[in-house]
Design a protein around this ligand. Structure first.
Ligand SMILES: [Fe+2]
Length: 381
């Protein structure tokens, strides 16, 4: 099986702290930064479950000044990032703590690389402007298991001005430290577990199919594809058990490394216009596009897709009838087997989304210049 490129790079600048209960040691882990003024960027669930207050109290005891907000609701937009930057500059913040799902961490990542430089946020989109040279240190504390935002080199921001999602990318975008405490994910609903867990699976599949796959990312992908589906179903069905959550948090993080080093394929490019148009969560959009993607592109990566299909079929205890069938059954189990028509989209919307696809398409072995991306949307209706 031809799996990987002959030449490859590996890099991860983020210090990792992984373990159940490590959230309560955050004040100890950040002591190396000698921070005097912290900004906590958070999501609604971290506020609701007292995590923001807990951080504040521990920092105050150590004479660290704490500033709060903004609260990030849903996928971050340009005004969220501008609000964070204003707080950083107003209070002379020297450390950002982003606690929440991928949206919160992405907002913190974008602000961390823009605040101390004289760029407009739009100047950073899709590599128009390189990150840096200065950044505010950022600590990511994920409370969901899915996006891998704690290790990846990208931040996805919705541009209010352009009504489109863009990526801000580069090594500096990665957090300086990630504190991954799987027990924080115990407050996620079954629906959230299914949605974010499917995101982990897509990262494993796409970084394996990607032309940029390396020996390390391929090894990690195979491990994730072999272990995530069973533990995801277990986490949904037995939602008070910590063991499957530990596995999901671990592979979410590991796939963050894969995203940074091998990048994703077409589904992640196709989802951005869909998310911007329908305001649906990232992995819900991916779920609606996945069957069409594996059906159309599997001939270009036949051996890898065959391995994924066999592995998934074994886990699901079904006959292996090919990748589209095994993905479809897996989506059924997650209650995510959906179509674009479920979002009330039509053929005209498919044309609009196809025109708005941005980012690099070359990672996908199927892609050639001039290929029609509209097909994926039409086949997903
Ligand atoms: Fe993703």
């Amino acid at each position: 099986m031809k799996e990987v490129n002959n030449s490859w790079l590996s890099y991860s600048p983020t210090e990792l702290i992984f373990g159940t209960g490590e959230f309560s040691n955050t004040h100890l882990h950040i002591s190396k930064y000698n921070s005097k003024r912290v900004l906590i960027v958070y999501g609604s669930s971290s506020k609701l479950h007292g995590r923001v207050d807990s951080l504040k109290s521990n920092f105050n005891k150590r004479k660290i000044q704490v500033h709060l907000g903004p609260q990030i609701n849903g996928e971050p937009n340009t005004s969220d990032v501008i609000n964070i930057i204003e707080k950083i500059n107003k209070h002379n913040i020297d450390l950002i703590i982003a606690i929440g799902g991928g949206s919160v961490i992405d907002a913190g990542k974008a602000a961390s690389v823009i605040a101390l430089n004289s760029y407009r946020i739009e100047d950073m989109f899709e590599g128009k402007q390189q990150s840096g040279p200065n950044k505010v240190n950022l600590i990511a504390i994920p409370t969901t298991a899915g996006t891998g935002a704690e290790l990846s080199f990208g931040s996805i921001i919705n541009s209010i001005e352009k009504k489109k999602k863009f990526g801000i990318r580069g090594h500096l975008v990665a957090p300086e430290m990630a504190i991954i405490d799987p027990s924080l994910t115990l407050t996620c609903s079954k629906k959230q577990i299914a949605i974010s867990g499917f995101d982990i699976f897509t990262h494993a599949v796409e970084t394996m199919i990607s032309k940029k796959a390396t020996p390390i990312t391929t090894l990690f992908s195979r491990e994730a594809i072999s272990i995530v589906p069973y533990n995801l179903i277990l986490a949904i069905n037995e939602s008070d058990r910590i063991e499957p959550r530990v596995k999901l948090s671990y592979f979410s993080m590991l796939m963050g490394y894969n995203l940074a080093n091998s990048s994703t394929c077409l589904p992640h490019r196709l989802q951005y216009p869909l998310g911007a148009l329908t305001n649906t969560p990232h992995a819900v959009g991916l779920a609606s596009l996945y069957r069409a993607w594996v059906r159309i592109t599997n001939k270009n990566s036949r051996e890898k897709f065959d391995w994924i299909s066999k592995t998934l079929s074994d886990i699901l205890k079904i006959k292996d009838l090919g990748i589209e069938h095994s993905i479809s059954i897996f989506l059924d189990k997650l209650e995510l087997n959906i179509k674009l028509s479920d979002f009330s989209l039509n053929e005209k919307d498919c044309s609009t989304m196809a025109k708005n696809v941005s980012g690099s398409l070359e990672n996908d072995p199927w892609w050639n210049d001039g290929q029609d991306l509209k097909t994926f949307y039409l086949d997903s209706l």
